[in-house]
Write a protein that binds this ligand. Sequence first.
Ligand SMILES: [Mg+2]
Length: 273
Amino acid sequence: MPAEVYAELAAAKAELGRAGGAVSFILDFDGTIAPIVSVPSQARAHPSMARVLKRIASRARLSIISGRSVGFLAEQLAFLSEEDSTGQVELYGQYGLIRADLNGRVLATANLDEGQLAMLGEVRGKWLEAPVDGILFEDKGASLAFHYRNAPEMREPLLDWIDGVLPNHGLSALAGKMVFEIAPESAPSKRTAALDILEHGAPCVFAGDDYGDLEVFQIMHEQRLAGEPRVAILVQGGFETPPELLGLSEVHVRDQDELAFVLDQLLREFSLS
Ligand SMILES: [Mg+2]
């Protein structure tokens, strides 16, 4: 473990210790719990993370906020069901569009603008008619993801295609790691989900790795400046890490092994049992 991580961990403990009480955790899935893989459907929780997630689920509140569907998250995190006797694990799928428990049971769904969903349907139709070669298309229902990880040279043609089909208003395109995602503007963001979770005065730890997490890093940062006990951990995936996230995070780890170590240390110190 690099010396800087220990120093940042010590500072994080001091930050959370100011408030007292049990810490809650908010985690992103891809690139945070699971290493990034070339085929998105094959992403799995890293073994070190799986171990620490079990301990977190048995004694702290845990929220997963991801661009994935709650079905996918529930399937990948099914190993937590036994530990989660108190139902403290919640899944926020598709950036918070749907909130579910570990069994994938839907607890809440945000409303989307019907007109914007129709626009999304038109984009879907255009893709299916004439897709861009080499791009892995992921239809999430309420959003469309276009992965170019296996064809980085197709990024520009893909951007051109998106420019050609994206209406002037109603839909937005968000860049992630080797992916663009088109979604209705009325779709909730990770910010909405994070605000739903963050309780005034309660210490909270967040870990994320990508542009999609920017809004959560921002809200954690804002609340930290306002005196709330907040610690944001950035999982740095080499050249793909958005530089904006560096200044919005207090702890910086290189991979899932280091993240698991940090989370475990914080859990040991700040869980009630
Ligand atoms: Mg991620």
